[in-house]
Design a protein around this ligand. Structure first.
Ligand code: SAH
Length: 210
């Protein structure tokens, strides 16, 4: 498949999977039209990259379904100046989408091989506003905190307290919370007085391993 074919598949993904389900932030849609999702999966899966489901990325991990990446991203309501922390770099696709939309992305991954692969794709694509860390994302990235947005792309039994601590008041966190099979995708907003929790949808992510 050549580039023009992938560009077409990307447009169809936006038209058929994202827009009808309420992804309507123009900046988010623009990011999805730019980032070549097929480069974040193995060669043999490239023809499947724009389909409406997750895909394996090796090491028993997955790249999320495009709609879920879009919903999580849109829920952060980024304006362009934020510091965003992502837990679970995985393929690096979500980090690239975030890097299109905000000033700086900090991404943590526990599997070194995935982190290194993601860095390679990002550098090929020219991203300069992503920082990487290998380790347990449940501990966050205290040296760079507070964050305006935190996006967790692996499922936790409960919201890791250190991540809540590292969220700036007024900041937003999106995180799947539940058991191994089924979780709720939660949008958490931190106020001076406490936190608000809003359920976005049911979901199924790989586990956050701590
Ligand atoms: N955002 C990724 C999705 C990756 S799947 C993408 O766009 O492709 C979730 C990732 O979380 C996996 O790569 C897994 O290794 C990682 N992960 C699981 N537990 C973790 C932890 N405690 N700290 C950091 N990363 C973790």
């Amino acid at each position: 498949m050549d580039d023009s074919k992938f560009t077409l598949l990307r447009r169809q993904m936006i038209r058929d999977q994202l827009e009808p389900r309420g992804i309507n932030d123009p900046a988010v849609l623009e990011a999805f039209s730019k980032v070549p999702r097929h480069l974040f999966v193995a060669e043999e899966n490239r023809h499947l990259a724009y389909r409406d489901h997750p895909l394996p990325i090796g090491e028993e991990q997955t790249i999320s379904q495009p709609y879920i990446v879009a919903l999580m991203t849109q829920s952060l309501e980024l304006q362009g100046h934020e510091k965003v922390l992502e837990i679970g770099t995985g393929s690096g696709y979500q980090s690239a989408i975030l890097a299109e939309l905000t000033e700086h992305v900090y991404t943590v991954e526990r599997i070194e091989k995935l982190s290194l692969q993601a860095r390679e794709v990002h550098s090929l694509l020219g991203y300069k506003n992503i920082s990487y860390k290998i380790g347990d994302g449940a501990a966050g990235w205290p040296e760079e905190s507070p964050f305006d947005g935190i996006l967790v792309t692996a499922a936790a039994a409960e919201v890791p307290p250190l991540l809540l601590e590292q969220l700036r008041p007024g900041g937003r966190m999106v995180i799947p919370v539940g058991d191994r099979l089924l979780q709720d995708l939660l949008l958490i907003t931190k106020e001076e007085t406490g936190i608000n929790v809003h359920k976005l949808c049911g979901c199924r992510f790989v586990p956050l391993i701590t």
